[in-house]
Design a binder for this molecule. Structure first.
Ligand code: MN
Length: 256
């Protein structure tokens, strides 16, 4: 099995390195990841600038290819130029921070996996929620691998995309694994506002956001209850429930 390993935290991030160790015996692993941290890059791609890619070593051994682009760029480039098709499995992460609820849309980790799914691979995005203590990525990676084994033996076909989120580690191991939908509730968040020179005002999004009352059957709820959350995603954003309602509108009257 040919595997592409990527992330949005940068090619030397501890989460990626731990996931590499945990998945090493699954197949031929190729690391193609961003040069610099790209968290919250979403599914952006580089269109107007050129990118470079460079093979790097870690501890004197070949490690992977760093790309000065976005996470989705790394995956596209890996498929088309740097690794070559077919790639059977794209693993993204382990991200430093959860990617649940609406954050799924901002996440570069999920976007990288989604790009893999678009290109026809099996794709899984792994993220570790942050607590008070430092993340033990070896423990995270062990759990990611165990979940991945279940997915690979079961329902993970070409083009399938799954998000796996691990709960905070402060209070011991997860209590189980739950398959849930993505929460769509609003986030409570705020900006730090600062007056600058020449009457300029600076705005910075604070990282102290909170999810509104998590419903129990969502990814946010699962993490809240200390479960590993598994969510099948797809890249088709169509709201199929509203197709008929929109078709019933008088678009026939639009002057052409
Ligand atoms: Mn990240």
């Amino acid at each position: 099995m040919r595997i592409l390993l990527t992330n949005d935290d940068g090619i030397l991030a501890p989460g990626l390195r731990a996931l590499h160790r945990a998945a090493a015996d699954l197949g031929e692993i190729h690391v193609v990841a961003p040069w610099s941290p790209q968290s919250a890059a979403g599914h952006s791609i580089t269109l107007h600038d050129r990118m470079t890619a460079e093979r790097i070593e870690v501890d004197g051994a070949p490690w992977g290819i760093r790309v000065d682009g976005r996470p989705a760029d790394c995956v596209k480039l890996a498929f088309k130029e740097l690794v070559g098709e077919p790639i059977d499995l794209v693993l993204s992460g382990i991200n430093h921070g959860a990617n649940v609820g609406i954050n799924v849309l901002y996440s570069g980790t999920v976007a990288a996996a989604a790009e893999g799914a678009i290109l026809g691979a099996r794709a899984v995005a792994f993220s570790q929620a942050l607590g008070r203590t430092a993340v033990d990525y070896e423990a995270s990676a062990r759990r990611c691998r165990a979940v991945l084994d279940v997915l690979l033996a079961g329902d993970l076909g070409p083009g399938h995309l799954v998000a796996v989120n691990l709960p905070i580690q402060d209070d011991g191991p997860p209590v189980g694994v739950r398959v849930d939908r993505q929460a769509v509730g609003r986030i409570r968040e705020s900006y730090a506002v600062q007056a600058g020179e020449k009457g300029r005002t600076w705005y910075q999004l604070t990282d102290g956001y909170e999810y509104n009352a998590p419903s129990p059957d969502t990814d946010v709820g699962a993490l809240h209850d200390r479960y590993i959350s598994v969510t099948p995603l797809h890249v088709d954003l169509t709201d199929t429930r509203r197709l008929e309602a929109l078709r019933a509108l008088p678009f026939g009257e639009v002057p052409l």
